[in-house]
Design a binder for this molecule. Structure first.
Ligand SMILES: *Cc1c(COP(=O)(O)O)cnc(C)c1O
Length: 454
C-alpha cells in the first residue's frame, strides 16, 4: 500500500523547515514572503509609502467595480442564467441556449439591442474586422477621426497593403488626425465626412500610440458631433482594454457597435478565446452573417464547452479590471518619482488599463520585463529577450507568463526596443499580483543599478 501523508520531496528541497515565530505580524510575514520572491524590504517599504497616497483613488476604483459588478449580476438575473446554459454544444450549434443567453447578457450590460459573443471570433482584430467588413460595401468610405488606428488594423483597412484588406474590396479610408495636444480636430473631421462616409471608427485606448485614451464622455461628444454632420453615419468604437473602466460604455453614448476581445477585460481572465460585438440589431446581424455565412448568421456556431468560462469570466471582469487599474496607477506612482515619465501620468484619470513607462534604455526595458516575467505564475523562470515581430520596425521585448496564451488582462509588459524605450504594462488578474509584478520590476531595476530609491 502506498502512503501519501507527507510530501517527501518538499521537505527534502526546503531544509531546514522554519516554523512560524510566535506573535509574528502579517506585515512581517509579508516582508518574509516578498523576500522569498526576491523583493527586498526597502523596496517593499517604498511601495507601501506610495500606496499610502493612493487610498482615495483605489476607493473610487472599488466603487466603479461595485457598480459594474451589480450591472453584470442584474443582467444575469434578468436573463435567468442557469446551469443548463453551461452545457457544451458541438457541430452546427443550432438552438444553443447557453450561447444565445450569454449574448443577451452582454447586450443588457452594454445597453444594446443585440450582441455577438463567440469563441469563433479569434481575437480583437478579428472582431473589428468582422464589424467593419460586415457594414462597409464597395464604394463606401471608412473614417477614423482619432488619427492612425491600432497597428493590426492598418492591414485590415489596407493602409499597409495586405491580401483581403478592405481596400482590396473597394472600401476607401480617410483619417482626421488629432490636434498636437491630442484633442479632436473638429474642423478636420467635418471636412473629412463626405457623401461616401459610411462608417466612423473610434479607438478609445491609445494602443501603442502616444496620445491620450478617451473617456466615454469624450467619445460621446465626438459621436454627437459626427451625427450632427451626417445623421445616418454608422459609428463603431474599438473598446479594447476599456470595458468596465468606467460605469458607462460607448454604447451608452449612441455608438452603433462596440467591439472588443475576450482575452482582455471582458473575459475576466477565464475566457480562453473570443471576441464580442455589441450594437444595434441591424449592425450585429450583418456581423453574424459576415462571421458565419449569409443566410446562417447568428444561428450557427457551437459553444464547444466554453460557456462556463465565458459566463464566469464576464462575471469576474469588473473586479479583474479594477485590479488591473490599480496596478497601472501603482506602477506610475512608483516610477514617476524616480524620474521615469509615465503615460498616463500617475495623477491622471484612467480610461483604459494600459500604463506606459518610459525607461530610457534597452537595459532598463530588459530589467523591467525580467521582473514582470519572474513574477508570473507560469514560465517565471524564463528570460524575456527582444525579438523581431511582424509589423514592427524594431525588436520587441515581451514579458508574459499567462494561463491563457497572449492574454493581456493577465500581468504583462511589452514594448518596441527603440527610443524612448517605453514599456507598456497592463493587466494582473488580481491587484496583489499586479503589485508583486511591479515591485519585482523595480527590484530588478535596482539590482542592475538602473535606478535608486528616493
Ligand atoms: C489589443 C487591441 C486590438 C487588437 O486585439 P488583438 O486581440 O490583439 O487582435 C485592437 N485595438 C486595440 C486598441 C487593442 O488594444
Amino acid at each position: 500500500m502506498v502512503k501519501h501523508n507527507k510530501p517527501v520531496g518538499y521537505w527534502k528541497r526546503n531544509k531546514p523547515f522554519e516554523y512560524r515565530k510566535a506573535g509574528e505580524t502579517v506585515k512581517e510575514q509579508l516582508q518574509e514572503i516578498y523576500a522569498k520572491l526576491d523583493i527586498r524590504p526597502a523596496t517593499y517599504e517604498y511601495g507601501e509609502r506610495v500606496l499610502d497616497g493612493l487610498r482615495e483613488r483605489f476607493a473610487a476604483i472599488d466603487r466603479t467595480a461595485e457598480y459594474n459588478q451589480a450591472k453584470v449580476l442584474e443582467a444575469m438575473r434578468r436573463e435567468r442564467v442557469s446551469a443548463s446554459h453551461f452545457a457544451a454544444t458541438t457541430g452546427y450549434g443550432y438552438n444553443d441556449e447557453g450561447r444565445d443567453t450569454l449574448e443577451r447578457v452582454y447586450a443588457d450590460v452594454f445597453h444594446t439591442e443585440a450582441a455577438l459573443v463567440r469563441p469563433q471570433i479569434t481575437c480583437g482584430t478579428h472582431a473589428l474586422t468582422v464589424a467593419l467588413s460586415a457594414n462597409l460595401l464597395p464604394g463606401d468610405e471608412l473614417l477614423s477621426p482619432v488619427g492612425v488606428p491600432y497597428d493590426t488594423l492598418e492591414e485590415v483597412i489596407g493602409i499597409r497593403e495586405s491580401p483581403c484588406s478592405l481596400k482590396e474590396y473597394g472600401v476607401s479610408y480617410r483619417q482626421a488626425d488629432l490636434t498636437p495636444e491630442g484633442a479632436f480636430d473638429y474642423d478636420a473631421i467635418r471636412a473629412a465626412i463626405g457623401p461616401k462616409t459610411k462608417l466612423i471608427t473610434i479607438q478609445r485606448s491609445k494602443g501603442y500610440a502616444v496620445r491620450p485614451s478617451f473617456s466615454v464622455a469624450q467619445i460621446g461628444e465626438l459621436i454627437s458631433f459626427c451625427r450632427s454632420v451626417k445623421p445616418d453615419v454608422k459609428i463603431m468604437v474599438d473598446n479594447c482594454y476599456d470595458e468596465f473602466v468606467e460605469t458607462v460604455e460607448p454604447s451608452d453614448m449612441g455608438a452603433d457597435m462596440v467591439v472588443g476581445s475576450l482575452i482582455k477585460n471582458p473575459g475576466g481572465g477565464l475566457a480562453p478565446i473570443g471576441g464580442y460585438i455589441c450594437g444595434t440589431a441591424e449592425c450585429v446581424s450583418r456581423c453574424a452573417y459576415r462571421l458565419s455565412a449569409p443566410g446562417l448568421g447568428q444561428e450557427v456556431g457551437a459553444n464547444l464547452g466554453l460557456m462556463p468560462a465565458l459566463y464566469q469570466g464576464f462575471f469576474l471582469a469588473p473586479t479583474v479590471t479594477a485590479g488591473a487599474l490599480k496596478g497601472a496607477i501603482f506602477a506610475a506612482s512608483l516610477y514617476e518619482p524616480l524620474g521615469f515619465p509615465c503615460v498616463p501620468k500617475a495623477a491622471e484619470t484612467r480610461h483604459d488599463i494600459i500604463q506606459a513607462v518610459t525607461l530610457g534604455s534597452p537595459e532598463a526595458m530588459s530589467a523591467f520585463c525580467m521582473g514582470i516575467q519572474s513574477a508570473a505564475p507560469v514560465d517565471s523562470y524564463v528570460m524575456p529577450v527582444p525579438g523581431e515581430m511582424p509589423g514592427y520596425d524594431a525588436p520587441v521585448i515581451m514579458a508574459a507568463g499567462a494561463f491563457v496564451q497572449g492574454s493581456s488582462i493577465e500581468l504583462s509588459a511589452d514594448g518596441p526596443v527603440r527610443p524612448p524605450y517605453a514599456v507598456y504594462f497592463q493587466g494582473g488578474l488580481t491587484w496583489y499580483h499586479a503589485k508583486t509584478g511591479i515591485l519585482l520590476s523595480l527590484q530588478k531595476m535596482l539590482d542592475a543599478n538602473l535606478t535608486k530609491l528616493p
